[in-house]
Design a protein around this ligand. Sequence first.
Ligand code: FE2
Length: 138
Amino acid sequence: MAIIKWKQVYETGIVALDNEHKALVGQIDALLEAVRDKRGKELYADVVVMLETYVLEHFEHEEKLMKEYGFPGFTEHQQEHQDLVAAVQKLKIGHAVKDESAARELLKFLRIWLLEHIVKVDKKYGPFIESRAGRFVE
Ligand SMILES: [Fe+2]
């Protein structure tokens, strides 16, 4: 059973982007469960590989929409994305030994991402794009 569940507070209001965020929340949940059961290291490499693809595709998607609708906070937001991309790269090379503490660190990083980036930063573009384009943006 899921430990971390999708909450309304995570919603940006842009359905396509919320669906991508849901995939990330699912990944955080899987890692949380694994860490709880002391098998986090088994998931470490897979999560990092998934994140590498995720940041490229998802951030590109967000940035495309922000640009398209003239979101005024675009440059700042893009900088946040670049910082997250750099952090993912660091995670990839940072832990030669993938042990439980590395998995716990990865989990902490993802929870901060969820609470700081999605809840605080991503939520700013939601109402803006929504007001310009309507809810069902692809
Ligand atoms: Fe974002």
